[in-house]
Design a protein around this ligand. Structure first.
Ligand SMILES: [Zn+2]
Ligand SMILES: [Zn+2]
Ligand SMILES: [Zn+2]
Length: 463
């Protein structure tokens, strides 16, 4: 990498790649949970749902200790303090006064939601590049960004808020967009997307796989730019390529089109290769009875022991041997039907229904996600909470079936232990609290319950 670009992290060297710029390979063995890369954002854009609830610069949440103040110039940006406001001002001043008329204009209003986000991210990017605050680190970040391969061009760049820019910037608007269009990441807190961000070195280093061995998490610190940390999900051996996923691997049917149209490549990961060999995915059965049979057959295949245990955690390898009669589960609608039913039934208090559907969701996750993928850990945490709540509901109904309750408590503990293993590899992300704190609370409830002879149990949601 030329010296004008960002420096490579210690764990990584670049090798040539037949279609991408390069590939990042591990210099030596990397253990699960290790941080491979830690980089600040070049540009972030808070999603509209967070407006007025999070700082537009550092993304920290409003809390008892964090009061947000509105920018007097545009009345649509909020900051957690003068530090963020002044750090952002170098670029924000470029469009602050004109933003209201831009977002009220017919040209902006007629855009779809995702196009509005693209227009605002483009605005942030142009302003950032045109701002006069130039230091060596920022200059390197920018040249790393410009060294990225342009994505496939589809039409002209999005509109942007009018601002004064140099002739140079004006001439490179298309070049900027052809890189930002395919190199912006969904920034998440506890795996929920809160913003979009550009992290040029991460884009430059890591190619995509639907079965990645690493994943990006985000660090929010009040008064500082958001950082992306790329974490090893499993042991990565020396000379092995390090990949992250650009697209949610659960988008089984659409992800290949997304990688093709947005990024300009065809994914050749083992999961996509398998899906290509089966051709058209056969249709799903229509009747509820046939769907229930399918759910059971999927569970028997992915979870042969009948319930989740350590041996079922060989995620990502089951797909390759998926029998023909189960190919139809690869329709995206199948998984969304399961996750909808799981969340509905666990919220409505139909815990036993939820626990059964939850097993089917888990079976699907074993097919589509790699080992230790954080979504698997989050789902197991929800399963543990559901099993605990099922015991509370049984207490409430005065059920005397002690073996049934004991078995539910045992399940809660198993789900919790596995969830904890996975979530701890990924580590904490975004706002304080979140899954690591929830794990500790439930762990405590289960431990107290075991000690107590006549437990008066508290529902999860009363905590
Ligand atoms: Zn802030
Ligand atoms: Zn403003
Ligand atoms: Zn793939």
């Amino acid at each position: 990498m030329p010296s004008s670009l960002d420096e490579l992290p210690a764990h990584v060297r670049l090798e040539s790649h037949p279609t991408a710029c390069n590939k990042a390979v591990a210099v030596s063995n990397v253990s699960p949970g290790s941080v491979i890369l830690d980089v600040p954002s070049m540009v972030v854009l808070l999603l509209p749902s967070g407006k007025g609830h999070r700082c537009d610069f550092c993304l920290c949440s409003e809390a008892s200790t964090v009061r947000l103040a509105r920018c007097a110039g545009c009345a649509s940006y909020w900051y957690c303090g003068t530090q963020c406001q002044s750090l952002h001002w170098g670029s924000h001043k470029k469009y602050c006064k004109r933003l209201a008329s831009f977002t009220a204009s017919a040209d902006f209003q007629c855009l779809e939601e995702h196009e509005k986000l693209a227009a605002l991210l483009h605005t942030h990017l142009i302003a950032e590049i045109s701002s006069n605050v130039l230091c060596d680190a920022r200059a390197k970040q920018l040249s790393t960004f410009m060294s990225l391969l342009p994505g496939p061009q589809h039409g002209s760049p999005p509109i942007a808020c009018p601002m004064s820019v140099s002739v140079e910037v004006h001439q490179s608007l298309e070049a900027l967009f052809s890189r930002s269009g395919n190199n912006n990441f969904a920034v998440h807190s506890h795996l929920t997307t809160i913003a979009h961000g550009i992290f040029p070195l991460a884009s430059r280093l890591f190619n995509h796989s639907c079965l990645p061995n690493a994943a990006a998490r985000y660090v929010i610190r009040q008064g500082q730019p958001v950082h992306m940390e790329v974490v090893a999900l499993r042991q990565i051996n020396a000379s092995e390529e390090i990949c992250i996923s650009y697209v949610d691997p659960a988008l089984i049917e659409s992800r290949q089109q997304i990688t093709h149209f947005t990024y300009g490549f065809s994914c050749t990961c083992p999961s996509c290769n398998f899906i290509n060999t089966i051709g058209a995915i056969p249709p799903l059965p229509v009747s509820e009875a046939a769907l229930a049979d399918l759910d059971n057959a999927l569970q028997r295949f992915c979870i042969p022991s009948g319930d989740i245990d350590d041996h079922t955690l060989l995620a990502g390898s089951a797909l390759q041997v998926l029998p023909k009669n189960l190919h139809c589960v690869l329709h995206e609608g199948y998984l969304s039907r399961l996750t909808d039913t799981f969340s509905e039934s666990s919220h409505e208090g139909s815990y036993r229904v939820a626990l059964n559907v939850g097993l089917s969701v888990f079976a699907m996750y074993l097919l589509i996600y790699p080992t230790n993928y954080p979504q698997i850990g989050m789902h197991l945490l929800e399963m543990a909470k559901t099993a605990w709540n099922a015991v509370i509901a049984a207490d409430h109904d005065n059920e005397q079936d002690v073996p049934a309750k004991t078995s539910l408590l045992k399940r809660a503990q198993i789900y919790l232990d596995l969830s904890s293993k996975i979530i701890k590899v990924f580590g904490s992300e975004g706002d304080p609290g979140g899954p690591l704190e929830e794990l500790a609370v439930l762990e405590n409830l289960l431990r107290e319950d075991e000690r107590s002879q006549l437990p008066v149990r508290k529902a999860w949601y009363d905590q």
